[in-house]
Each structure stands twice: as C-alpha cells, then as structure tokens.
Design a protein around this ligand. Structure first.
Ligand code: AMP
Length: 442
C-alpha cells in the first residue's frame, strides 16, 4: 500500500473514531445533569441521614484484587474486565465493581480501628466489557452502600434494603419489586451445591456451554442462566430454602421480619443468584415495572461475611449493595417522569446599553451574595430578547438597568407576572427584591 493511501486511510479512521465515544460509554451532557443531580442529591441526603460516610477508591486496582475475590467463574472475571499491563509491569484493571476495592481500603487503612462498624457509601464509575443494551453499559456509575464490621445482624441487611427502597420511593419510581434469596453459609452451601450437581448431572447434555463450565466451578450459578435450554431445568431443581442450616434459616427469617416491620414488600425467589461469588446468606434485587423495556435489576446486593477473610483479614461480617445511576435514569425516563425544575431563577438582570451591561455584573454579584437566584442574558443586546429569556427561565422579577438608572443610581424592578414596575434606589435593591419575592410566595 502506498504511503499516501495509508495516510488517507488513517485520516479516515481518525475522523470516524474522533467524533464518537467508545461503544457502551457515554458523555453526560449538560441536559443529562438535571437527572444525575436529582439521583445524586436524593441519595446523598439518604446516606447522610442513615449515617454513611463517603469513600472513594481509585479507578484502577491490581487486577488480582478482582480475579481473586469476585469468583473465578464469574462473567466479570472471565470476560468483562478491562485489564492491562503498565510500562512498569504491573497488571491493573479498571474497577468493575465497588465492594472488593472498599474491602481492600478497609483493610489497607485499618478502618476497623477507627470504629468497629463502618457504614460507607460510594458514587463511582465502573467498567465492564459487556454487550451494551438498554440499562447495560461498559462504563456506568454506581451508588453503593457497604456496612462492614459489627455482628452478622440481619438488621443491617434490612437497613441496606430500606435505604434503597427509600431511594426508589423518593425518586418516585413506580412498580417496585424486591426479590430476596439466601446463599447460605460454609456449612449448608456445600451440601446444597452437591444436591444441585446431582440434579444437573442427568441434564448435562441440555445445558449451554457456560453452564457446563459452571456445573463444575459454581453450580449455584446454573440457577441464574437465562438461556432457553437451561431455563426450564430450573423448575425442578432442588430448593435452597429447604436446605438452609438453622442459623441461616433464622437469619433469613429475621431479615424478612424487619422488612415487614418497615412495610417493605418482598418476594422470596429461590433462584436469585448474584453475579459474584462472595455473597453469603442474604442476596436481593430490586426491579421496577417498565412495560416495553427490560432494564434488569436496580439496587442489588447482599451479605458477604467471608470476603474480608478471603483478603487475609479477621472474620468480619459485612453487607452491601449498589445501583447503577444510568439504569435508574433510564427507568425514570421510561416511566415518563417529569423532573421538578432546578432551583428556579427568581430574578433576571436586564441591561440596556454598554455601560449598563458592565454594571450588571456587579448587580448579579450583589444578588448572588444575598442568596437570591439570578440569571442574565448579557450576551443579548436587545431588550426584547432579554425579556423573552427571562420568561423562558420562569423568573419572577426582572431588574432593569439603563443609562438613566445608572445616572440616577436607581434600578427598575418589574413584576413579570403582572407587568407592574417601579424604580427604586439602587442601594435598596436587595431589600425591595426580597420584599417582592416574599409577597409572590404568599
Ligand atoms: P452488580 O455490581 O453486578 O452487583 O450490580 C449492581 C447494580 O449495578 C445492578 O443491579 C445495576 O443497577 C447496576 N449495573 C450493573 N452492571 C451494569 C451495567 N453494565 N450498566 C449499567 N448498570 C449496571
């Protein structure tokens, strides 16, 4: 190929890749932030109220952290991690989930010494090389909650579900359903696994390729398979609820009692298996009705009483969960939700002439310092265009400054509702604006 042709092809390629994000990754545009702010504001208020402190871990971690702790046979470890070797020879991965990094940080910084029980939350970006579809992306953000330490108290399982339930309620998401299962413990799970294997042994030929692999490595995950060949086999598979040991059974019962006490409806689902192997006892997933769309689980998570030990720490109970922010927003949009207006603009600053434009900057600052939400359209010169923008912003008042007002050290305050206006001395502007805003609320 000639050098010219090569250069041309490269330019074409650059043009194609330069103007688009990689597959499954998105810009969050100014208009999207209305939704993001809503979700983040509500979750921040809830996590504060329930006493969770924020934790943020690096986007990159040693790949081993996930390979060793999420489960060798999980989709994330098998095929979805963005892993690469650095120039220094380290093998790093873009964080695919938040729990393992939080546990790493908990141990690395000996957080148990600062408080026996740590309640932490994060809002972090995750990366999984998945097949993108509605509600499923390669880069996505999760709001995650983790309670680490204390005892394996079912109250904490219920509290995690309570906070997510409140989040969905405050976001006004409709048709919410909570599914719960138990993954048992070191005593009862191996027994159940063997029972599952002996049931599936006779159906190996009917299983999909992934499930044949799962049959050996983690037979519980056979219950999670959505393939047409495997799904019908689940119907007659042994039920874990019948095989739970008595402490696990009592734990589940208490979780359900707490949920009843909190009036959170739930459905037991003995086939609910989460995507990571670190769970023990409670696992849960919230769903919302979105006719015509399939988005998958909203908040989801569970208890992971053995994970800290598998990092080499002391046995430490823990429970948590996470929800994808993009998926939440997808559901809100699919349910045709209207967002309440952003703290709406109260006062619009209008200028007439070059000198007034300059002076408007100071006026805006005075309003801002007094805590009054104000906007301007300083780039527009015509009075008409500025007044139109004021209308569009839903302003209650306009403060208008022209040549004459500058000369007289005054300002016009116009009520945009009834069109009445009055000229007031500039040094009384704030007082007069506040008075009128107060009257407009009464
Ligand atoms: P997981 O970390 O797999 O336990 O997932 C917890 C929650 O994160 C899910 O229930 C979804 O709400 C969200 N989530 C997981 N994977 C994705 C993804 N690829 N895209 C968007 N949201 C996701």
């Amino acid at each position: 190929m000639s050098a010219d042709k090569q250069n041309k092809d490269k330019k074409e390629l650059d043009k194609k890749t330069m103007l688009r994000t990689p597959k499954g990754m998105h810009d969050i545009l100014p208009v999207d932030w209305l939704w993001w702010d809503r979700v983040q504001d509500v979750s921040r208020r809830l996590t504060d109220f329930y006493g969770f402190s924020r934790i943020e871990t690096p986007i990159l971690e040693f790949a081993e952290l996930f390979q060793e702790n999420l489960g060798e046979s999980t989709d994330v470890v098998q095929k979805e991690m963005y892993t690469f070797a650095t120039k220094g020879g380290e093998v790093l991965a873009l964080r695919p989930e938040g729990t393992a990094p939080v546990v790493r940080a908990y141990l690395q910084h000996s957080l148990s010494k600062t408080a026996a029980l740590q309640k932490m939350y994060y809002q972090s970006r995750m990366f999984r090389h998945e097949n993108p579809q509605a509600g499923r992306y390669r880069q996505f953000s999760q709001i995650g909650l983790e309670i680490v330490g204390g005892t394996s108290d079912p109250l904490y399982d219920a509290q995690i579900m309570l906070i997510f339930d409140r989040l969905l309620k405050e976001l006004k998401i409709k048709g919410v359903q909570l599914k719960i299962n138990s993954m048992g413990c070191r005593i009862c799970r191996p027994i159940y696994k063997r029972q599952l294997q002996s049931y599936y042994k006779d159906h190996l030929k009917e299983l999909c390729e992934d499930c044949v692999r799962r049959f050996e490595t983690n037979p519980l995950r056979l219950l999670d398979c959505k393939q047409a060949t495997c799904a019908p086999l689940k119907v007659d598979a042994p039920n874990f609820f019948d095989k739970l040991c008595s402490p696990c059974s009592a734990h589940l019962k208490m979780v359900l009692e707490y949920l009843e006490e909190l009036s959170i409806p739930y459905a037991l689902d003995n086939q609910l298996v989460r995507g990571f192997d670190y769970y023990s006892r409670t696992v849960f997933e919230f769903f919302a009705e979105t006719p015509g769309h399939k988005f998958g689980a909203l908040p989801a998570g569970g208890r992971y009483d053995y994970l800290i030990e598998s990092f080499g720490g002391r046995p430490t109970p823990a429970v948590g969960g996470a929800v994808g922010i993009e998926r939440l927003i997808d559901v809100m949009k699919a349910q045709e939700m209207q967002l309440p207006n952003r703290a709406s603009c109260k006062v619009f600053v209008v200028h007439v002439g070059e000198q007034a434009k300059k002076r408007s900057l100071g006026i805006l600052e005075e309003l801002r310092t007094a805590g009054i939400t104000a906007r301007d359209a300083l780039s527009r010169e015509s009075l008409k265009a500025q007044m139109r923008t004021a209308d569009r912003e839903g302003a209650i008042l306009a403060v208008i400054l022209g040549q004459r007002e500058i000369f007289e050290k005054s300002i016009i305050i116009r009520d945009l509702g009834n069109g009445l206006q009055e000229t007031v001395p500039l040094d009384r502007m704030i007082e007069e604006v506040k008075k009128r805003l107060k009257n407009s609320h009464e």
